[in-house]
Design a protein around this ligand. Structure first.
Ligand code: HEC
Ligand code: HEC
Ligand code: HEC
Ligand code: HEC
Ligand code: HEC
Ligand code: HEC
Length: 448
């Protein structure tokens, strides 16, 4: 069997495939945690049913082919066209969110990951933590375990390649000996033969190994780069609050609700009293609207019957944070919005068209908006921040047109001393003074 070259080739291919599927495994886990885990668990029913082996369940239940993918993209459409999906949709009064952005591969990656989760009972018997209700620490441990696996698999692939190459050379050797009518050299063990061969071709073996090692390191580095970068992150929210209706149709100013955006570091999320300023009167026209607005009343402790009155205690609405920077990063809204004159839509997209709850807009979407500076790095990453800092000028037109005097001061100081004046000339060589030229690339400006 060892001498059978074909088997080796298949084996290697299978392993390469396995390693490839690991990347999609990590992708599936990330997507599940970002988009589905608020309602679904692999093995336990929650807001939504458990998802373990759900593709099998649908196939067994007689669902139309592909219907389950349509379900995840838009469950209403699936329920309309497939009677099995229709029956699933009555599982609970809560409706599932739509995920039109997920491609079939993404959904398969999610389901593959879910199907690979061990049954909690079995895990507990092993003394391991149950998969359900994982604490973050467990998650991290599981992730590390995943990496261990990648290394083992890469090691096996490497070893296989070496053996396969050895096999080829052995077969060639036998063939050429045969052709020359020589005796085939027997008695040499596989290892010995490999050693002689490797030594003879040490230059190629060395170069080959170097290439393999470098490519492994590069691919690992690239995959590490992707960790935590989920560009269109959209957590579910307790109330399906549509920005489009409030800021678009009803034209409410962002600052009415995000009142600290021009004054402080954070923009702030409105408390339920702000909602009640209008919703004491506005209780929705369709049942779907009424259902959502009823949650606002519940949070405010408001009884809308009759003239309406406050009856209960205020329960804060727990919104899930959408845009999240790590703790070691300092970001200030008023500095960008007021001083820098950057529009909200440059970073958050056109909220007047956001019909669903808020999501982090991928940079490709942001670039489509008129007036936005086109950027290339994923939104909310360090590359994204510094790319804008190198492209964005600190003010449009001449520096001294800013009325608040902020740039005047910089301008004056730059002109005052001779050395600075030369520097200022350099800044203006490309016609703009960019944020980075005034220190927007200094690590300490953004990192605590
Ligand atoms: C807001 C909560 C919510 C989120 C988020 C959510 N789901 Fe659901 N899901 C549900 C509910 C509720 C049902 C049950 C159907 C119903 O009652 O409408 C369901 C049903 C399903 C079903 C059918 C289950 C079965 O047993 O037949 C699948 C498959 C599914 N969801 C996949 C997903 C995937 C994949 C994601 C993430 C991309 C996701 N869901 C995110 C609430 C949610
Ligand atoms: C009627 C009140 C209201 C108005 C007006 C409003 N928002 Fe919001 N905004 C909210 C609420 C409530 C949330 C939290 C729910 C959510 O994330 O979907 C939110 C969330 C956000 C978020 C995501 C916050 C996070 O967690 O990262 C952004 C960004 C945002 N709003 C931008 C805007 C912009 C830009 C405008 C103006 C065009 C605007 N909002 C107008 C109420 C409002
Ligand atoms: C230069 C990019 C940029 C601009 C411009 C910008 N934001 Fe943000 N916004 C961010 C970042 C980055 C975060 C995440 C902050 C964090 O996690 O500390 C954020 C978070 C938010 C949040 C969540 C709550 C908070 O303060 O963390 C809201 C709401 C919000 N922005 C609204 C707005 C509104 C309204 C405007 C326009 C008036 C605006 N943003 C302009 C980058 C921007
Ligand atoms: C300035 C007035 C105003 C404020 C403030 C306001 N809303 Fe609304 N809201 C409206 C109007 C108007 C509608 C549209 C109702 C309709 O179409 O009949 C609406 C609709 C809604 C809907 C139903 C949307 C749908 O179509 O599903 C929800 C949910 C909602 N608001 C939640 C909130 C929450 C949460 C807050 C506080 C963060 C809030 N609103 C603050 C005026 C307001
Ligand atoms: C769309 C362009 C844009 C993006 C994206 C952006 N910034 Fe800025 N940033 C600016 C502008 C314009 C200024 C200049 C404001 C000023 O003059 O103080 C600025 C200034 C700053 C400053 C102050 C620099 C100084 O010299 O005092 C910090 C800190 C900062 N940004 C952090 C961030 C972080 C962190 C991010 C990413 C999360 C980010 N910025 C993303 C445009 C941007
Ligand atoms: C304009 C703001 C800005 C500047 C300037 C900046 N960073 Fe960052 N940095 C960020 C942001 C935002 C993140 C978080 C990115 C993320 O979560 O993907 C980050 C993350 C990091 C991380 C953690 C890596 C990670 O993926 O979490 C390191 C290390 C780092 N920065 C080092 C530096 C060094 C060194 C400098 C100076 C040469 C620097 N940064 C300058 C904004 C900045």
């Amino acid at each position: 069997m060892f001498r059978n070259l074909k088997n080796w080739c298949y084996g290697t291919l299978a392993l390469v495939f396995l390693a490839g599927s690991f990347t999609s495994h990590a992708q599936g886990e990330a997507l599940f945690k970002a988009k589905c885990s608020s309602c679904h668990q692999p093995h336990k029913n929650g807001t939504g049913p458990k998802l373990f082996k759900v593709r099998q369940k649908w196939a067994d239940g007689g669902a139309k082919e592909g219907s389950i993918y349509q379900w995840v993209n838009n469950w209403q459409a699936a329920a309309a066209s497939d009677s099995y999906a229709q029956s699933v949709s009555t599982w609970s009064p809560t409706a599932m969110s739509a995920f039109p952005e997920l491609k079939k591969e993404d959904i398969n990656a999610i389901m593959d990951w879910v199907d690979a989760q061990p049954e909690p009972g079995a895990a507990a018997a092993d003394g391991a933590a149950p998969a359900d209700g994982m604490t973050p620490a467990d998650g991290a441990a599981a992730e590390e375990e995943g990496f261990g696996w990648i290394w083992i698999i890469l090691g096996v692939i490497f070893f296989t390649i070496i053996l396969a190459v050895g096999g080829v050379r052995r077969q060639l050797n036998i063939a050429s000996s045969d052709a020359n009518g020589e005796d085939v050299k027997e008695g040499m063990t596989y290892g010995e033969e490999f050693k002689t061969w490797a030594w003879k071709y040490r230059l190629y073996v060395g170069l080959g190994s170097l290439v393999i090692v470098i490519s492994i390191i590069v691919s690992l580095f690239l995959s590490l780069y992707q960790i935590g970068v989920i560009e269109d992150y959209q957590p579910s929210q307790p109330i399906a609050f549509p920005h489009a209706i409030h800021t678009g149709v009803n034209g409410i100013d962002c600052k009415y609700c995000h009142s600290s955006v021009t004054k402080s570091k954070s923009a702030g999320i409105p408390s339920v009293n702000v909602c009640m300023n209008c919703h004491k009167q506005v209780n929705g026209r369709t049942p779907a609207q009424q259902e959502q607005i009823a949650k606002v009343y519940d949070a405010a402790g408001w009884d809308p019957s009759g003239a309406g009155k406050y009856i209960g205690k205020v329960k804060p609405i727990i919104w899930n944070k959408v845009h999240v920077l790590p703790d070691h990063v300092y970001f200030n809204h008023s500095q960008h919005v007021v001083v820098g004159g950057v529009d909200c839509k440059q970073c958050h997209g056109d909220m007047t068209k956001q019909v669903e709850t808020v999501k982090v807009q991928p940079v490709s979407e942001l670039n489509k908006i008129e007036g936005n500076i086109p950027l290339t790095k994923p939104t909310m990453t360090m590359g994204w921040c510094i790319e804008c800092h190198s492209k964005k000028e600190i003010s449009l037109g001449a520096l001294d047109t800013k009325k608040d005097g902020y740039y005047d001061e910089i301008h004056r100081r730059l002109l005052q001393n001779k050395k600075a004046k030369a520097l200022y000339g350099q800044y203006l060589e490309d016609g703009i003074v960019s944020v980075s030229e005034l220190g927007g690339w200094e690590c300490a400006k953004c990192h605590y």
